[in-house]
Design a binder for this molecule. Structure first.
Ligand SMILES: Nc1ncnc2c1ncn2[C@@H]1O[C@H](COP(=O)(O)OP(=O)(O)OP(=O)(O)O)[C@@H](O)[C@H]1O
Ligand SMILES: [Mg+2]
Length: 212
C-alpha cells in the first residue's frame, strides 16, 4: 500500500513565506510536532488526546486535536471505512497534521490508523519536512475494549452489524517501534498524559515555561 497520489495540477509554483520554520518557532517560542495516537476503537486515543490538549493549553502551549470521528464530519465526510478510504483518510490527515506542526502547533492526531504502511507514510512526510513525529500506541486488551465499548460499536460489530470494524472484522497492524506504548488497561488517563509530557520534555520539545 502506498500513499503517493498523482500530482494533477502542473502549472503551479511553490511560493515561500518570509520566515523559515526555525524563525517562526523562535518568534512563537514553541516547537511544532505531531503526536500520533494509534490503536483500536475504545483504546483511549480521544480521551488521552483531550486530556493532553487541556494540560498543554492550561500551560499556554498551543495544541490542537485532529480526531478521527471529528474529521469525518468535515474534511473527510466523503470517505468510508474501506481499505482505500482509510488510506485516503490518513493521507489527508497527514498533510493537515504536517501543516499544523509547521505552524508550530502541538498537533494531537487520534486515529485508529490500522495500517503500518499508512502510519509510516505519515512519519516519512514529517521527517522529510524536519518535523518531529511521535507515534504512540494506545493499547488495551480486546476484552477490556469490549467491556468499555463507550459507543456500543463492539456490540454491533460482534453482531455483524458493522462491516470493516477494526479488531473484529478488519485488521489492525500494531506498531513495531512506537516512540511510546501506553497500556490503558494498566495506567490511568493522567498517567498516560504524564508519560507523553515526560517524553516531550526529555526530547526538549516543550517550551521552558511549561510546568506540566
Ligand atoms: N488509561 C485510559 N486512557 C484512556 N481512556 C481510558 C483509560 N482508562 C479507561 N478509559 C476509558 O476508555 C474509553 C476510551 O474511549 P475513547 O473514545 O477515548 O477511545 P478511542 O480510542 O478514541 O476510540 P475510537 O477509535 O472509537 O474513537 C473511555 O470511556 C475512557 O474513559
Ligand atoms: Mg476517538
Amino acid at each position: 500500500m502506498t500513499m503517493s497520489v498523482e500530482q494533477k495540477a502542473t502549472n503551479i509554483t511553490w511560493h515561500a513565506g518570509e520566515f523559515t520554520h526555525a524563525e517562526r518557532s523562535a518568534l512563537l517560542g514553541q516547537k511544532g510536532l505531531t503526536i500520533w495516537l494509534t490503536g483500536l476503537s475504545a483504546s483511549g486515543k480521544s480521551t488521552i488526546g483531550v486530556a493532553l490538549e487541556q494540560t498543554l493549553l492550561n500551560n499556554s502551549v498551543n495544541a490542537y486535536r485532529l480526531d478521527g470521528d471529528n474529521i469525518r464530519f468535515g474534511l473527510n465526510k466523503n470517505l468510508g471505512f474501506s481499505d482505500a478510504d482509510r488510506q485516503e483518510n490518513i493521507r489527508r490527515v497527514a498533510e493537515v497534521a504536517k501543516l499544523f506542526a509547521d505552524a508550530c502547533t502541538i498537533t494531537i492526531a487520534s486515529f485508529i490508523s490500522p495500517f503500518k504502511a499508512d502510519r509510516d507514510a505519515v512519519r516519512a512526510l514529517h521527517e522529510a519536512a524536519n518535523l518531529p513525529f511521535i507515534e504512540i500506541y494506545v493499547d488495551a486488551s480486546l476484552d477490556t475494549l469490549k467491556e468499555r465499548d463507550p459507543k456500543g460499536l463492539y456490540k454491533k460489530a460482534l453482531a455483524g452489524e458493522i462491516k470493516d470494524f477494526t479488531g473484529i472484522s478488519s485488521p489492525y497492524e500494531a506498531p513495531e517501534k512506537p516512540e511510546l506504548h501506553l497500556k490503558t488497561d494498566a495506567s490511568s488517563v493522567e498517567e498516560c498524559v504524564q508519560a507523553i509530557l515526560d517524553y516531550l520534555r526529555e526530547k526538549d520539545l516543550l517550551p521552558n515555561k511549561t510546568s506540566a
